[in-house]
Design a protein around this ligand. Sequence first.
Ligand SMILES: [Zn+2]
Length: 252
Amino acid sequence: MAKKYRAYSSATLRSKYGTTEKKVRTFLKKYKLDGGANVIKIMLMPIFGVQLVKAFADYRLKVKDGIAPAYKFKKGKVGAFAWRVMRNSNSVSKHAYAIAIDFNFYDPNGYSASGKKGKVDYTKEFVKSMNAFGIWCGGDWTKPWDGMHFEYAPNSDFGGAKPYTPKGASKPSTGSNTSITGKTMYLTRNTNFRSSAKVGNNVIGKTRAKGTKVVSLSDKLTTASGYNWRKVKIGDKTGYVIDANLSTKKPK
Ligand SMILES: [Zn+2]
């Protein structure tokens, strides 16, 4: 399938978020990115930040399953927001609206400042996790090749990139299968128990351990976030867990 690239247009960005650095800054929020090896905090436009956090969560599932190496951010070499609005030009850098991020810039293994094509320090699986959440890699461009650059373009067709399904997880129920509602299920991996069916600052207590007994209170809930959730009861608390981390069989 051919890849199509439809970024936010400069006109859209200007009308949504303004035309001055001061105005754009009022929209930015701080996001914590965890590549599995270390964590950085960075200011991003929320439309991009929430997706990038999900993309890293997806990538960490691959790290856990041993199919990709933990990604280590090189601190001080990750950049997102930079007010680079070109004068006398109709196009703006996606960095001016913090919907782009550069990993590992000015590094021998990253994209070189001279524009020379170089090596990158992330894997294909890393790019696939990004693509699954609408984040496009400049390493897939030819002109200019920009290996360190990732930007948010939610309307792109990434050739069917999908969020990762962890190994050993239960097959998600079909949605019409209500037979396991009300039944006991088990967590197949350490899992966050959440007060709503989304990732974010909504975790209830500690991470629940693999093997924890839960009672299924719903069918698989499909959300636009790319994850499927299930409403469950753990002890006397009701909340949500990622459906792919559940099985009717107790894990060994
Ligand atoms: Zn960039």
